[in-house]
Write a protein that binds this ligand. Sequence first.
Ligand SMILES: Cc1ncc(COP(=O)(O)O)c(C=O)c1O
Length: 379
Amino acid sequence: MPVPRAFQLIAYLAKWEHHVRHVLSSSYPESLSIDALREIAGVSDDRTWLDTPLDYPPLRGTPALLETISRLYATTRPDDIASFAGGDEALYATFHALLDRDAHVIVPTPNYQSLESLPMSLCDVTGIPLDAARDWHLDLDRVRDALRPNTRLIVVNFPHNPTGAVLPRATFDALIELCRARGIWLLSDEVYRMTEYDVRDRLPPVVDVYERGISLNVTSKAYALPGLRIGWIACRDTALLDRVTQMKQYLSVCNALPSEHLATVALAAEAHLVERVMTLARARRDRVGAVLERYPSLFQWRAPKAGVLAYPKYLGRDGAQRFAERLVQARGVLVVPSTVYASELGDVSPDYLRIGFGKANLDAALESFEAFLEDVRIA
Ligand SMILES: Cc1ncc(COP(=O)(O)O)c(C=O)c1O
């Protein structure tokens, strides 16, 4: 079985993230301390956390965690949930449980690279380019044209990394009907769900509306708790969930028990955490927008519909990659060029920049960013 190709985004972040002055590229707002989380969740006085034995939790997760996650959905019971060490492990286990070399997968491009590289290491995959000119629209006719008799899985990720695009409800429903008619699994990476700026853009979790739907989520994004490394899938197909869990026997085996405890506390207070994240995100989206709009000859931008990533088109003649390199070297400000989203399934424009506006240091980072833009203008 071929090893998936190197993960461009993770490699790029790993090279720079811990060495620069300003990280202006994160896909989540600044995280909370354990104490702050416990305070927001209203459990500051509860000492269970300190008394938690540092033992192995059950393979799928503690009963309390599974119960709490199952309540995030309308139709699931704790038995429909399996937790993992992050969303990435959940993706790895799910693809390996579902796919073999006889399968075929369809996935939009650009994408969070796991969504294409993991299936590509297992079977044939077709990429469907999202249409930048139409707000990163997913064309269902193209999905239909890509179907093969052995298409086993379609993968979507809305709200979308990196564009912040959402999928209209009618397209989502039509996609489900297309899958249902052929018994195709639909893996919906919902890690940015709940970060929609307009709640009318929020889709239902796929597990609640499709019997072969697999909802994937993690504490990292809408709850801003990536350090917990708790991800999960929700799926009403018992046999599939058993196979996915079986993969975990060879991966992390189980999560860290303190993380499971804190994730249970966090997800029980979901509404408070989301409110915090979205209050921060709303104000910061406007701040980054105001800066980009001051340089119309350099950036073409549309506010994202969700999340804390802006994805402007860079119009400078040096190109987005060179711009990002010069910016980080001259001013220590890290943004990510869309070259790291290059796909093996079709052309992805190299002309975009991923700018994360969720972090607390935003003002200082934008000041350095803008100082660099002024240098460029003068040079
Ligand atoms: C679309 C998408 N799916 C899954 C993940 C994985 O989340 P985590 O790294 O917290 O496991 C990410 C992280 O950036 C993501 O953007």
